[in-house]
Design a binder for this molecule. Structure first.
Ligand code: ZN
Length: 310
């Protein structure tokens, strides 16, 4: 009788243990991978602005995909603390509207979490500029010359420091009169020639141009259209560029500090007079330098100190 009792008890125990093991096995992905938080620094933006997405916590084998019709370049995620962060630009050609922004988090080959975020792109009107230049100067904007330049600039922006190199607010590269705004729609000799990717700041030849924040020199060379050009990598895919320089004062790979002179104002390349063409981009997507002047400090805090909240 006692033996029979024992047998029943041990059978029950075996069933419980096996049941537990099966349950744990089935639940394993959830036990091993707690759902990460997906945090946005903003859920609306104007063309020319950018926002931060943070996925936290997420282990070393985790990756994130973000998709929306206005995202034209795959966002680059970088490890910061226990999670991943990416700066995501809203390009100047983005159509205003309410979008479903899809975020998929994968671990190895498995999607462990996906979610949709409503994201609004607000309307923004860009000014129109008409420019008349000599046929010789117009020839400098030839497609093959552009393509040649893009080979260098594309390579320079293809990778970025995995940590933010910038600290605190950005500076203006020099003081001067703004002659062309960001995103301005340009007509050259009555032909639409695209949008203006940065700010034009008029200043006499030889005026010092400073690094707008700490960074590393990703390009320093003459180009066909933008003349003598410097591109700085500020980390996390954030870049600034300085074009039509008279002199270049830095070398490829060199670290620069905020306020350091990197060259002088000139009129090299496709230029109608002495000025600086200053751009800010996330990878190859240009954003409004004014937005960066106003927001980079906050975004640095958001990234480094995890001050983003949902
Ligand atoms: Zn310009």
């Amino acid at each position: 009788m006692r033996q029979k009792h024992c047998l029943v008890l041990s059978s029950v125990l075996v069933v419980i243990v096996v049941g537990l093991a099966v349950t744990l096995f089935v639940l394993q992905p959830d036990v091993m991978c707690p759902k990460p938080n997906v945090i946005f620094s903003a859920v609306q933006a104007e063309p020319g602005e950018f926002f931060v997405v943070r996925v936290d916590p997420l282990g070393e084998d985790g990756s994130v995909l973000v998709e929306a019709p206005f995202i034209t370049e795959d966002p680059c995620f970088f490890r910061q603390g226990k999670g991943l962060v990416a700066l995501i630009p809203v390009g100047y050609r983005s159509d205003p509207g309410v979008y479903a922004l899809e975020v998929a988090v994968t671990k190895g080959s498995k999607t462990i979490y996906d979610t949709e975020q409503v994201f609004t792109v607000n309307a923004r009107n860009f000014a129109i500029q008409k420019l008349y230049v000599s046929p010789e100067l117009h020839a400098k904007r030839d497609e093959t010359l552009w393509a040649d330049d893009h080979m260098y600039t594309g390579h320079a922006r293809a990778q970025s420091n995995p940590d933010p190199l910038w600290h605190g607010p950005f500076l203006e590269p020099l003081k001067g009169r703004i002659t062309t705004q960001f995103g301005q729609i340009r007509y050259i000799n009555d032909q639409e020639s695209g949008r203006h990717s940065g700010l034009d700041i008029a200043s006499p030849q030889g005026t010092p141009v400073v690094a707008t924040n700490d960074g590393a020199v990703a390009l320093a060379r003459p180009l066909n259209v933008t003349g003598n050009t410097v591109i700085l990598d500020h980390g996390l895919n954030l870049f600034t560029s300085y074009s039509h320089l008279d002199q270049i004062a830095v070398e490829l790979g060199q670290r620069v500090t905020k306020g350091q002179v990197i060259g002088t104002v000139g009129s090299t390349g496709f230029s109608t007079g002495s000025h600086l063409h200053w751009t800010v981009s996330i990878g190859g997507t240009f954003v409004d330098p004014y937005f960066v002047l106003e927001s980079a400090d906050y975004l640095e805090g958001a990234i480094l100190r995890g001050e983003l909240s949902d």
